[in-house]
Design a protein around this ligand. Structure first.
Ligand code: AMP
Length: 209
């Protein structure tokens, strides 16, 4: 199955994706993680993306579309994939329709005030991309990644001011994708505000896994 996870930043797409990788046996592709890795390695892609990301803005479509095409062409995506954070604009969705058949767009519904609270507690591992929350999903050892042992950090774009801007960007540019996939009969929406276990259960039901 080729699945898209839709939802505001901080809605829980990354956490749900880690769970669905196991359930569906397909890789998850996070464009945010690919971009953060590029910034960490100071590649030309990272250098061009950094100022947009730090300001809570979207990286230009042509940059992320090229990046995503390259990733989806890899062998591990042949039997399916989960997209976390792509598409984020209508032109990205149109470009995706040209290169892959999408089976379902699953939207995680979470109110803005809940998101703002969540994001201030978020900690990420820049080495392997794992995501934690200081209260809801803490690592076994404070600020240390359970998976690879690297130090956990607060993302620079999780600062309160930037979070508000990212939510505005979401409502303006990404939320219209719900209408796009609804018109194709592919949209499914679940409540993403009831905790991790409940979200996983709703997703399994919605996807018929
Ligand atoms: P995320 O980890 O998905 O919240 O993404 C973090 C940041 O990376 C976003 O705020 C954007 O600046 C950038 N980004 C990630 N995915 C995309 C995308 N599909 N289109 C444009 N910018 C993106």
């Amino acid at each position: 199955m080729n699945l898209i996870l839709l939802g505001a930043p901080g809605a829980g797409k990354g956490t749900l994706a880690s769970y669905l990788i196991e359930q569906m046996g397909v890789p998850s592709i996070s464009t945010g993680n690919i971009l953060r890795e590029a910034i960490k390695n100071n590649t030309p892609l990272g250098q061009s993306a950094k100022e947009y990301m730090d300001a809570g803005k979207l990286v230009p479509d042509e940059v992320v579309i090229g990046m995503l095409k390259e990733r989806i062409a890899k062998r591990d995506c042949k039997s399916g994939f989960i997209l976390d954070g792509f598409p984020r604009t209508i032109p990205q969705a149109e470009a995706l329709d040209e290169i892959a058949h999408i089976d379902c767009a699953l939207s995680l519904e979470v109110a803005d005030d809940v998101i703002e609270k969540r994001m201030t507690g978020r900690r990420v591992c820049l080495r392997c991309g794992a995501t934690y929350h200081v209260e809801a999903n803490p690592p076994r050892v404070k600020d240390v990644c359970d998976i690879c042992g690297d130090k956990l950090v607060i993302r620079s774009d999780d600062q309160a001011e930037v979070v508000r801007h990212r939510l505005e960007t979401y409502h303006e540019q990404t939320e219209p994708l719900k209408g796009y996939y609804e018109a194709q009969g592919k949209l499914k929406s679940i409540d993403g505000a009831q905790g991790i276990t409940a979200t996983e259960k709703f997703a399994v039901e919605a996807l018929g896994l």
